[in-house]
Design a protein around this ligand. Structure first.
Ligand SMILES: *Cc1c(COP(=O)(O)O)cnc(C)c1O
Length: 361
C-alpha cells in the first residue's frame, strides 16, 4: 500500500508515523490486550494520556502558567457560542474582525448572545487581505475582540496580532494551531478544533487566561461553561478519548521533528515554494491574496481557464495528488499544506502544476 499526498482542508492529513503507531497499538495498547478506546477515561492509563497531551501542548507552545488548557468537543462551531457565553460577563458588546468565512460565521453565532460590532470586514471588500491595525474600529468597552488568524477557505492569514488595548483578544486558531508560535501575552483565549493540524475530529483545544474563566451565567448548560472543564481537568464528562490519544501522538511527533519553531520554518518553505509556482506561471494559475497576507496553511488558486479545472483535478489524482478542489464559496483549487504535509508533497504538486501548465498553457 502506498500513501498519496492528501491536500484536504480538514479533516486533513496526519503524520504517517502517527497512523502507524496507532495501527500498531490498536488491538493491544501497551501490552494490555485492549485498545485505548476500550478503557475508562478515569483509568490511570487514560488519565496519563490526558496529562501527557496537555503537558506536551504546554511545552510546545510555551503556554504560561496562568493560562489553562482545556479539552472539549463540539469543534470550532461550539466555540463560536461558548466564547460569548463565557466572556461577556455583565457586558453586551463584542468586536469581531471579519476577514473570511470563519470569522463571519463566528460573528453570526455571537449575534444570538450580544451586540456584535464588526471592527473590520474585508469579505465585503473582496476578501483578499487582512485590515491594517489603524483600520480596526475597536471599542475599548467591548467584552472581547475576536479574530481568525488564518482563514481556511479564503487563504488569508494575519501577519500581525491585533492590538486591542486591554480588551481580551480571542483567536480562532483552528487551521493555524501549532503551525507557528503563539504570543500568549497578546491573547486572552485561543481555540482550535483538532482536525486541521492537531489530530482527528472530535477534539477541541481551548487555551484561556485563568481570570476569564467563571463568568458564564448559571442559566447556561454546564457543558458550555469553561469552569466545568477547568475544575474537572477536562473530564466533566467522557472526553473523546481516541481523539485525545491521536493528538498526543501528533504532539510527540511534532516534538521529535524539532518543535513549533522548526515546523514554522518548514511551513514557510513549503508555502513559499507553492506561491512561487503560482506567481511564476505567467497567469496560468492565480492567487488573489495580497502577498503579505497569504496563508501558509491553505493555498487557494484559480486556473486562468476555468474549463481546465476538471482535467486538472483528474490528472492530479492520477499523480497521487488528491483533495485539491476548492471550497464551493471560493471555487477553483485549494491546497491545504498543514504541518503533516511533507515538503516532498508540495514539491510533487509544484512539479505537476508546472507540467500541467506546459501542456495546457
Ligand atoms: C474548520 C474550521 C472551523 C469549524 O470547525 P468545526 O469543528 O467543523 O466546527 C472553524 N474555524 C476555522 C478557522 C476552521 O478552519
Amino acid at each position: 500500500m502506498s500513501r498519496i499526498y492528501n491536500f484536504a482542508s480538514g479533516p486533513a492529513v496526519l503524520p504517517e508515523a502517527v497512523l502507524r503507531q496507532a495501527q500498531l497499538e490498536l488491538l493491544d495498547w501497551q501490552g494490555r490486550g485492549y485498545s485505548v478506546m476500550e478503557t475508562s477515561h478515569r483509568s490511570p492509563e487514560f488519565v496519563a494520556v490526558m496529562q501527557e497531551t496537555e503537558g506536551l501542548l504546554r511545552t510546545l507552545l510555551q503556554v504560561p502558567a496562568h493560562y489553562r488548557i482545556l479539552f472539549m468537543q463540539g469543534g470550532g462551531h461550539q466555540q463560536f457560542a461558548m466564547v460569548p457565553i463565557n466572556l461577556l460577563g455583565p457586558k453586551f458588546n463584542a468586536d469581531y474582525i471579519v476577514t473570511g468565512h470563519w470569522s463571519r460565521a463566528a460573528a453570526e453565532e455571537a449575534r444570538r448572545f450580544c451586540n456584535v460590532s464588526e471592527a473590520a470586514d474585508t469579505v465585503a471588500a473582496g476578501c483578499c487581505h487582512v485590515p491594517a491595525q489603524v483600520e480596526l474600529r475597536l471599542d475599548p468597552q467591548a467584552a472581547y475582540a475576536h479574530y481568525c488568524p488564518n482563514e481556511t477557505i479564503h487563504g488569508v492569514e494575519f501577519d500581525y496580532v491585533p492590538e486591542t488595548g486591554g480588551v481580551p483578544l480571542v483567536a480562532d486558531m483552528s487551521s493555524s494551531f501549532l503551525s507557528r508560535p503563539v504570543d500568549f501575552a497578546r491573547h486572552g483565549l485561543i481555540y482550535a478544533c483538532a482536525q486541521k493540524n492537531f489530530g482527528p475530529a472530535g477534539l477541541t483545544a481551548v487555551i484561556v487566561r485563568e481570570d476569564l474563566i467563571g463568568h458564564a451565567s448559571s442559566r447556561w448548560p454546564t457543558m458550555l461553561d469553561y469552569r466545568a472543564y477547568a475544575d474537572a481537568q477536562s473530564m466533566w464528562n467522557t472526553p473523546a478519548t481516541f481523539s485525545v490519544y491521536i493528538a498526543m501522538l501528533v504532539l510527540r511527533w511534532l516534538r521529535a521533528e524539532g518543535g513549533v519553531a522548526e515546523i514554522e520554518r518548514r511551513n514557510i518553505e513549503k508555502s513559499r515554494l507553492l506561491y512561487e509556482a503560482i506567481d511564476g506561471s505567467a497567469g496560468f494559475y492565480v492567487n488573489r491574496v495580497r502577498p503579505a497576507h497569504r496563508s501558509r496553511m491553505n493555498v487557494p488558486f484559480a486556473l486562468r481557464d476555468e474549463r481546465l479545472e476538471a482535467t486538472f483535478l483528474a490528472e492530479a489524482a492520477a499523480c497521487s495528488l488528491v483533495q485539491l478542489k476548492g471550497h464551493r464559496a471560493v471555487g477553483g483549487m485549494r491546497a491545504s499544506i498543514y504541518n503533516a504535509m511533507p515538503l516532498a508533497g508540495v514539491q510533487a504538486l509544484v512539479g505537476f502544476m508546472h507540467d500541467f501548465a506546459q501542456r495546457h498553457g
